[in-house]
Design a protein around this ligand. Sequence first.
Ligand code: HEM
Length: 211
Amino acid sequence: MTSSTLLTPGSVRPGFNTVLWISLGLTALFVFITSEVLLVTDYPMYHAYRLRVIADQQILVPHTLCGVIALLAGPVQFSSRFRHRHPKFHRVLGRSYVISVFIGALTGIALAAGRPGMPGTCVQAAAWIVCTSAAFITARNRQIARHRQWMVRSYAVTFTFVSSRVLNLWPLYWSHLGDTLAAVGLVVFTFASLLVVEVGLNWRELTNRPA
Ligand code: HEM
């Protein structure tokens, strides 16, 4: 497949991009309120998990900081208007994104160490690092179309932080999903996100019949 035939985020209709980013933003806000705010205010269903989070706070602080940088950098970096107007800032924020992903992934593994969820977290962290490294290498090699595609894959893994928490408030999901199933769930969320991205990136080829 040549890079000219590959669908890039820039080639998608602007209306689609706006709807996509608004949906992702609203989902992130929903998760922030139903998972993070309720965790801070000691919502009874999250109490046991809250104690674990408090015990892990030394690793959790850098992990969360880096995760938030990665999560917020996405919408800025994907904006073609912003990239064209501020190419230097795009490079600086891009490097910060890469560093944040590496620290976020390694601290994520440290958080999971010794717990049943460790294999799932390792798969998620590996996917995060591989996609982000590929995005960095293609940017360095000036393969811009491929760089954008790897960034979409990388951001899809970043966004699993949100997608894997959407159902948290549903007691059946939260309390029956023991540690082992949660680890399997993480792998499923990671690969499902990457599959959705692949379909999106290849949409034109999948839907166009050769003349
Ligand atoms: C947008 C990126 C991310 C942000 C902002 C973020 C932030 C957080 C926060 C705030 C927590 C504690 C509260 C909670 O669970 O909701 C947490 C826990 C955790 N995160 Fe992340 N994270 C991100 C991505 C990741 C990724 C990609 C991994 C996998 C490498 C990961 C691994 C973990 C682990 C293992 C825990 C502890 C879970 C437990 O104790 O059961 N995080 N993260």
